[in-house]
Design a protein around this ligand. Structure first.
Ligand SMILES: Cc1cc2nc3c(=O)[nH]c(=O)nc-3n(C[C@H](O)[C@H](O)[C@H](O)COP(=O)(O)O)c2cc1C
Length: 151
């Protein structure tokens, strides 16, 4: 098992995630820090595209409070998740967005595990850890997708 990421670093990631833009500044996003082996394994086994949780010592679950902003909480959660990933990269941590929302069966796994109230919608699980490889940033620039003053 790789080294655990300190609580201080996890809170720094969440601080950055919370700095994301928020529609009408309603701030509907909530976060669960998971460092519990059984919980990480349960999610890793039950979520089809989050097997890396089984090898991770911690994850941050990004959730939206649908009572706070019923229409746009998922857009805020999206911006927040991306901020979290960028912050992880800048701290030389590895992190990956694994989708829960809008897949009901995946959301249900996390809702049941944490006994979430019905207004708290689990959006994404982000396993976090120290990377064991040395992956370089990708250049995804595609000039044909840029339309300057015309389509
Ligand atoms: C909305 C969304 C959902 C995603 N869900 C998953 C997922 O469930 N499991 C996973 O391993 N990666 C997931 N990813 C990560 C993508 O697979 C990844 O960004 C893509 O393959 C490109 O790789 P890169 O980000 O390293 O360039 C998701 C990304 C987004 C934006």
């Amino acid at each position: 098992m790789p080294d655990a990421v300190s609580e201080e670093k996890l809170l720094t990631l969440i601080r950055c995630a919370m700095a994301a833009p928020s529609a009408k500044n309603m701030k509907p996003v909530e976060y669960i820090i998971s460092t519990n082996r059984d919980e990480l394994d349960t999610m890793g086994k039950q979520l089809p595209y989050a097997k890396m949780l089984i090898k991770s010592q911690q994850a941050i679950i990004v959730c939206g409070d649908s009572d706070v902003n019923p229409d746009l909480w998922m857009l805020d959660a999206s911006a927040s998740t991306e901020n979290l990933l960028l912050a992880a990269e800048s701290l030389e941590l590895g992190a990956v967005w694994t989708a829960l929302y809008p897949y009901k069966e995946r959301m249900e796994v996390v809702s049941q595990l944490y006994k979430l109230p019905s207004n708290i919608i689990p959006f994404a699980v982000v396993p976090v850890g120290y990377p064991n490889g040395n992956e370089k940033p990708k250049d995804k620039y595609e000039v044909h997708k840029i339309h300057i003053n015309k389509w």
